[in-house]
Design a protein around this ligand. Structure first.
Ligand code: URA
Length: 204
């Protein structure tokens, strides 16, 4: 739709001034995303909360702290990855984003994915998961990668889930621990070899 020969900076600007849905009326700041625009791996959360709305940056509150811990656990820093959300503006009172809001934001997310071109996408929570895995339950499929063309998408619990339920902490650490292997396999120059490993995992 709105995008043609743009770059990520242009997309960011469009998001910051977006008025495609009514979340524009209540936000302080839209939150396009942050991190490495050449990242091999992209994380997609749900939507900005209070802290993110105030700062214009994703995952800067308590859930973000835990996300940092999960990244550190696999030797990654924010600068190594790209982090964004399925909706770029805070839903009032942190309510769930509705289908119309998700649809309004979809072209932005699509363009971000095209431009960053990650080989691995991690969905955090059920709203971003539903984009690739409609009709599934996160408790059934978390941590299991699925190939979509040239990318692998890995559904995971939202880090905030572990703040409410500490039993989810080791689950998230375990799911994250498999990410470096997926990145290596996807980036392997020997496509045949990568395919073999994913075949062994029964993922193709
Ligand atoms: N939760 C999200 O899903 N995204 C954020 O940016 C912050 C909290």
């Amino acid at each position: 739709m709105v995008f043609e020969s743009d770059n990520l900076e242009v997309v960011d600007k469009k998001i910051r001034t977006c008025e495609l849905c009514t979340l524009a009326n209540t936000r302080k700041h839209a939150v396009p995303g942050s991190g490495n625009i050449d990242a091999n791996i992209m994380f997609i959360g749900e939507g900005p909360g209070k802290n993110e709305d105030e700062n214009g940056l994703p995952f800067v509150g308590a859930a973000g702290k835990f996300l940092d811990e999960l990244l550190q656990g696999i030797d990654l820093r924010r600068e190594d990855v790209y982090i964004t959300n399925i909706v770029k503006c805070r839903p009032p009172q942190n309510r769930d984003p509705n289908p119309g809001e998700i649809a309004s934001c979809n072209a932005y997310l699509e363009r971000q994915i095209d431009l960053i071109n990650p080989s691995v996408i991690v969905t955090l929570g059920r709203f971003s998961m539903a984009r690739w895995f409609p009709g599934t339950r996160i408790s059934d499929i978390h941590g299991v990668p699925k190939r979509f063309g040239s990318r692998v998408v890995v559904p995971m619990f939202h880090p905030a889930a572990a703040l409410y339920n500490p039993n989810k902490r080791p689950v998230l650490h375990e799911d994250f621990s498999r990410l470096p292997g997926f990145i290596t396999e996807m980036n392997s120059e020997d496509d045949h070899e990568a395919q073999t490993v994913f075949e062994q995992l029964d993922l193709l």
